[in-house]
Design a protein around this ligand. Structure first.
Ligand SMILES: [Fe+2]
Length: 356
C-alpha cells in the first residue's frame, strides 16, 4: 500500500461520491427514525420501511444521482460514498466506549443502522445476517470491545490473545468479508459472501480512516494468465473469528476469482487468512504471489467515516483494511447487503437471515 489518495480527489471509475441535498438528507433521516422507533433493522417490518423510504428518496434524485445509483446496483463500482447526511444531534463521544449490549439498544445506533438499511435499498440490496456470524444479528458494531488497540482498554490484560475481528483494535490487512465458500451463487449448502458492506460512524474522534483497495486495477496488473490461475481451486483459508462458537469452518481448495456476468468478476480474498493449497500448480503459486504483491502496491482510497457519511463497499470487487485503532471510542455501524443478483439460502424472510 504505497500510493494512496484522498477520496475527494478524482479517483478512477471505481469510486463515486453521491452528495445528498438537505431535503434528501431530511427524508433519509425521517425514514431512519421510523425504523429506529419500531426497534431497528433486527425486527420484522424494517425492510418494508427501508424500501418505502428509499423509494421516496429516489423520487427526489436527479438524473446524475440516479445514474450513480444504477452503476453501483449493477455491480460496476467498487465503492460508493454517500455524503451530506444528517448527524444525530448532541451525540458527542463518551469518555470510554460503552458496553456492546448498551450500544446495541441505543437509539442513535438504531437510527444509523436504519439509515444504512435504507441506503442499501437505494441500490436494490437487502440487509441480511448469516446464521453463524455476528450472533445472527444484522447490525455489526465495529469497535474495540476486545482490546488490541494502540492504547489498552481499562479492562484489558496484556496476556490476553485478542481475536482478529472488527470487535478488536488490531490492524486488519486487506480482505473481502467472509464467508469465503462462494460469491453470488450458493455452493454446497452455503450462502454467498455479502455483495456489499455498508459502514457509517457514530464516533470517530481521531478521524481514523477506512481504507479500500479497488481490485480491477490490481487484476489488470497481474495479467490475464495469472487472473485465470486465480480461478482454480488452489487456495485454503482459516476460520473467521467473528463466527459463532462451534460454527463456520476453514476451507480447502477454493478459488479466489470467478467470472460474474454483473460487473465482470467476483473476488474472495483475505491477506491474513488465505494460503496456497498443497496441490496448487506452479502457475497458481505464481499468481497468488503476484496478487499478494500487487495488493500491497495497490492504490488505496482512504475515507474518514463520520455520522455525516456512509460507505458502500462492493465486496466482490474491492478489499478493505485498517490500521491499529488509536482512539478506543471509535464506533462504526455496519450492515451486510445482498444485491438483486444473489439467491441465498433463506432461513428467515423478515428480517432476512441466511445459512452461512
Ligand atoms: Fe472487514
Amino acid at each position: 500500500m504505497q500510493a494512496h489518495k484522498d477520496a475527494s480527489a478524482s479517483a478512477d471509475l471505481e469510486y463515486e461520491l453521491l452528495p445528498f441535498s438537505p431535503t434528501q438528507a431530511a427524508l433519509l433521516a425521517d425514514g431512519a427514525d421510523s425504523i429506529a422507533a419500531a426497534g431497528g433493522p433486527e425486527l420484522p417490518g424494517a425492510a418494508a420501511r427501508a424500501s418505502a423510504a428509499a423509494l421516496r428518496i429516489y423520487r427526489s434524485f436527479n438524473a446524475t444521482q440516479r445514474d450513480i445509483l444504477r452503476r453501483y446496483s449493477d455491480g460496476h463500482l467498487a465503492v460508493l460514498e454517500c455524503s451530506g447526511l444528517l448527524r444525530p444531534q448532541e451525540d458527542p463521544p463518551p469518555s470510554d466506549l460503552p458496553l456492546q449490549q448498551v450500544l446495541e439498544n441505543a437509539p442513535e445506533c438504531l437510527h444509523l443502522a436504519g439509515r444504512n438499511q435504507i441506503l442499501l435499498h437505494l441500490v436494490k440490496h437487502r440487509a441480511f445476517a448469516y446464521d453463524m456470524d455476528n450472533d445472527a444479528r444484522l447490525i455489526r458494531l465495529v469497535g474495540n470491545f476486545c482490546g488490541g488497540g494502540l492504547l489498552p482498554r481499562a479492562d484489558e490484560h496484556s496476556d490476553n490473545s485478542v481475536e482478529l475481528s472488527s470487535h478488536a483494535g488490531l490492524p486488519l490487512g486487506p480482505h473481502t468479508e467472509a464467508p469465503y465458500h462462494c460469491a453470488v451463487e450458493p455452493l454446497d449448502g452455503h450462502s454467498p459472501a455479502p455483495s456489499t458492506l455498508i459502514l457509517t460512524a457514530r464516533w470517530n474522534p481521531l478521524d481514523e480512516p477506512t481504507c479500500i483497495i479497488p481490485m480491477t486495477p490490481v487484476i489488470d496488473r497481474i495479467g490475464a494468465r495469472a487472473a485465470l490461475a486465480l480461478t482454480s481451486a488452489s487456495f485454503d483459508y482459516t476460520r473467521s473469528d467473528s463466527f459463532v462458537a462451534g460454527t463456520g469452518a476453514s476451507g480447502r481448495g477454493v478459488s479466489i476469482l470467478q467470472f460474474d456476468a454483473n460487473g465482470g468478476y467476483a473476488l474472495r480474498y483475505n491477506s491474513y487468512r488465505y494460503s496456497l493449497n498443497e496441490n496448487a500448480s506452479p502457475a497458481a503459486i505464481a499468481a497468488f504471489q503476484a496478487l499478494n504483491t500487487q495488493v500491497r502496491c495497490g492504490e488505496v482510497i482512504k475515507i474518514t467515516l463520520t455520522p455525516g457519511n456512509a460507505l458502500l463497499i462492493n465486496n466482490y470487487r474491492a478489499l478493505h483494511c485498517r490500521d491499529i485503532i488509536r482512539d478506543n471510542r471509535r464506533l462504526l455501524i455496519r450492515l451486510f447487503g445482498y444485491s438483486r443478483f444473489v439467491s441465498p439460502i433463506v432461513l428467515n424472510e423478515d428480517p432476512l437471515k441466511v445459512k452461512g
